[in-house]
Design a protein around this ligand. Sequence first.
Ligand code: ADP
Ligand code: MG
Length: 438
Amino acid sequence: MDSIQDIWAEIMAVLAKNLTETSIKTWFTDCSPVELEDGKLVLHTPKPFKRDIIQQRFSKNIKEVLKELFSCEFEVVVLSDEELEEYREQRREEKTLPEMDGYTFENFIVGNSNKFAHAAALGVVKKPGNRAYNPLFIYGNSGLGKTHLLLAIGSAIHENDPGAKIIYVKGDEFLNDIVQALKEGTMQEFRQKYRFADLFLVDDIQFIAGKERSQEEFFHTFNNIYEAGHQIVLTSDRPPIDMTLLDDRLRTRFEGGLMADVQPPDKETRMAIIRDKAGHLGMVLSDEVVQYIAEQITSNVRQIEGVVKKLTASHEISGEKINKASVDKAIADVIRTGVYIPTPDDIIEETSHYYQISAEDIKGQRRSKNIAAARHISIYLIRTLTNLSFADIGSYYGNRDHATVMNSCKKIEKAMVNDSAIAATIRDITSNLNSRQR
Ligand code: ADP
Ligand code: MG
């Protein structure tokens, strides 16, 4: 009972019990629902005089049914043909996604590393809600185009169907929203906000893992949208199986659609991206420079973009010639101001400082409480700061296996929820790591 059509049918069924057949026929045959959101039901009927009658005589009854259904107050607005046109126009303007025209399929460069995810995204645009792609779960490391694809889907669907209700939300924003709604007792409004989405885009869903109440709420939102046959697209920095504290019901849902990963682009693709980004900035780079950048930056498109922007800016500001030396300079600038990724050894060392024990002990087999805690925390930090796989991480710890490493991460993720000292330790070590980089 979730699509607006179902709700309208329900309303009509209740009205039919209280009104004569003639009156239903006269007033409602050409009346249809347009939108239900933010506590407002919008209806359309072609003629202004019918609009007035529905508004004056029946909106009270309609409101009562809505209150029954959703236990909150709704406003009912009826629009004639002309008003509907105006309303749609206005909604079109309101519904612009963040930087929607910046992230499109046209400016997404396809290569081996992302062609599956790209094809899946196009599949969604072609047939939103198709069970084969619902939900679409796009995962991969930072800076590889997940958000780009997500917004490209939003932008293309908006173009095909300007009336579609598209909701884009970041995982952590969704969390904040829930916490806020719980605090202020506005859960009803919260649910209204999300449940009628035709397209629900959630960026960086990994933030939801471990937060029980939020997972519960997300589960309901997910089901509402999914059961209504509407499309859900999620991105994450890791696949569901690696989201250790994810509720099993959610994991099953996430894995029940299509999962597509994005990998770092190969050199050819990196070169194509560099040319394309430069082109958008009105720059033509020599083949030598393009190739050189592609060789220097291999794992993050965001950094590639940063370097091209930097080069363009210094060329425009000081007329600097672009050669290998200026590329080196731009890279140094971008990498320094960009996100610093510490090595596993850095992390182990920093953790050993913090706990005042040796790195050998952290990596070794001793199980005293302090050493075990430091071991779990360093493993957790490597997992969250470097994007290495569990197996890779195990190799730094005397070849501990995938499951052992995963257990350490789980332990810390759980502990962080209840134990503020652990959370503070994590924060401190992270900040020590960052400052030692400067
Ligand atoms: P993620 O969400 O995976 O961290 P983003 O989607 O934010 O990464 O991408 C980072 C930057 O790199 C964005 O500016 C995006 O436009 C660009 N980018 C990533 N992949 C591609 C690609 N295949 N073609 C063009 N630009 C890309
Ligand atoms: Mg992103």
